[in-house]
Design a protein around this ligand. Structure first.
Ligand code: CA
Ligand code: CA
Length: 177
């Protein structure tokens, strides 16, 4: 399957953000850095929810390092990362857990909705740009209290990683020249 241009752009963006220390490779340290940053973004979240997200980051990082480190040097290069779109089913489990755990972090009072401030805080912590974050939130169609369903966000995260998808809400995260 040939990924859509949009999917390739989305994945390139993910690589640049996951490379949290900016050394050009994905390593365990990157996932620890980002995990700490994102878990701290919503102080009101319960400890169990924070622990779940930290675990999801760890598992996602381990999965990427296991599946993509073709030359076995313990890190994932940009070239190695491009094959992430070739066999998306290898990552479905890790992405699914990450999507659920991240969206849950945005709902500290557990009412099933994510309000804009928590959404923005989490997405800033991941490294997305503010205008793109706001555009994505608008694309979700927030309700009268300026919030979206937890499930809407989790579904959008899963969609983001689908190589065959284009024209989805998550495309708003990719900066346009
Ligand atoms: Ca790195
Ligand atoms: Ca490697």
């Amino acid at each position: 399957m040939v990924p859509t241009t949009e999917a390739t752009d989305r994945i390139e963006l993910v690589f640049s953000l996951f490379d949290a220390d900016g050394n050009g490779y994905l390593e365990r340290a990157d996932f620890d850095l980002m995990s700490n940053r994102v878990v701290a973004a919503v102080p009101a979240a319960q400890e169990a929810v924070k622990d779940r997200l930290a675990g999801a980051f760890r598992r996602y990082g381990e999965t990427l390092l296991t599946e993509l480190d073709a030359n076995g040097d313990g890190r994932v290069s940009p070239e190695e990362f491009t094959s992430v779109v070739l066999n998306p089913q290898r990552f479905d489990g890790a992405v699914d857990e990450f999507a659920e755990a991240l969206a849950a972090m945005g709902d500290p009072d557990g009412d099933g909705f994510v309000a804009r401030p928590e959404f923005v805080a989490l997405m800033i912590a991941i490294g997305f740009a503010r205008p793109n974050i706001e555009a994505l939130f608008e694309a979700f169609g927030p309700d009268g209290q300026d919030r979206v369903r937890v499930s809407t966000w989790a579904d959008a995260i899963r969609d983001y990683y689908r190589p065959e998808k284009s024209g989805i809400a998550g495309d708003h995260l990719v900066p346009r020249p």
